[in-house]
Design a protein around this ligand. Structure first.
Ligand SMILES: [Zn+2]
Length: 324
């Protein structure tokens, strides 16, 4: 008997070809994916895993968020052998444009499976990440905003009108917020290190949307050193209440693991165990508020050991059979 539901890992080999090694210290590297796959296959969830290949999304879906000129500039830079897009952080290689498309495709593929009522939970093990990228802007290793495109896709292809995004990456997802700050149909909640101390310097608590979208953005900045105690309290009160009020049709998790205490990309101090606790709560909340419609999309997480353990623990939490 298995103690876990099926865990669908949506990924693609092409993610390896987004090569950032021109900067040998670049933290967003192919090993982030390959190490996690190896780790999961050897670990306690191995018999529950089901690997699914991500499809390439139609360009029209990416254009819901990004500007076509920006996509052309990105593609051109890759094909021309440029080293980065807009800033040296956003290192590129010949295949990066295609990899970014397929990275975005992992979310859309997951949504298709969820809507076909496929068993189990869905985790997009994809790169490059997306939550910092904006309409015409590559930022913070991100080129195409995977979560934002997925939210639009879920709304427009399947008429799931109200999408709740929870982002627990250490950094504020400025690109997701910018995509929906005037849109009351997509709720963006982000738990991140305080912008005074952290890239990209956005996500203050009083920033709660604009125009018709006021109230559908919820920024929860944490002081450096914050960890499990603060986050669990936020999950059980602020996030729970926001979900209850918003009444989502689906939840998308921007799942970044760089707030781990061993990850030096932030001053936060999340334990490995915390990710399991977050996963368990999300499973319960998704069931309660939106009939279990939830997908998770990888964002950051750069200490490979911490990333492997944190993803495994998160997956165990979100897929555990509670015996109801
Ligand atoms: Zn991050």
């Amino acid at each position: 008997m298995s103690d876990f539901y099926k865990i669908n890992i949506v990924t693609h080999d092409i993610y390896r070809l987004h090569d950032t090694s021109g900067d040998k210290y670049h933290p967003e590297k192919p090993g982030r994916i390959t190490s996690v796959v190896e780790h999961l296959k050897k670990g306690m969830l191995s018999t529950n895993l089901n690997f699914i290949e991500a499809n390439c999304p139609e360009r029209e879906w990416i254009l819901k968020i990004h500007n076509n000129n920006y996509l052309l500039r990105f593609e051109e830079a890759c094909l021309a052998g440029k080293e980065y897009l807009a800033h040296p952080d956003n290192r590129i290689s010949y295949n990066s444009f295609e990899a970014a498309f397929y990275s975005c495709g992992s979310g859309l593929t997951s949504i298709d499976y969820v809507e076909k009522q496929t068993d189990g939970v869905f985790f997009c093990l994809s790169r490059p990440p997306g939550h910092h990228s904006e309409t015409s802007l590559a930022l913070g290793f991100c080129f195409i905003n995977n979560v934002a495109v997925a939210a639009k896709y879920w709304q427009e292809k399947y008429n799931r009108e109200r999408i709740f995004v929870l982002d627990f990456d250490a950094h504020h997802g400025n690109g997701i917020q910018a995509s929906f700050e005037e849109d009351p149909s997509v709720f963006y909640a982000s738990i991140h290190e305080h912008p005074t101390f952290s890239f990209p310097g956005t996500g203050y608590a009083d920033d709660n949307g604009s125009g018709k979208g006021i109230g559908a953005t919820l920024n929860i900045p944490l002081k450096p050193g914050s960890g499990d105690k603060q986050v669990l309290e936020i999950m059980d009160t602020t996030i729970y209440d926001a979900l209850e009020r918003f009444k989502p049709d689906a939840i998308i998790v921007a799942a970044g693991f760089d707030a781990h205490i061993d990850d030096d990309m932030s001053g936060l101090a999340f334990s490995t165990r915390l990710y399991g606790e977050i996963g368990m709560r999300l499973f319960v909340m998704a069931k309660k508020f939106c009939d279990g419609r939830i997908i998770s999309i990888l964002e950051g997480g750069y200490n490979i050991n911490a990333l492997c353990n944190s993803i495994e623990t998160y997956l165990a939490g979100i897929s555990i059979k509670t015996g109801e």
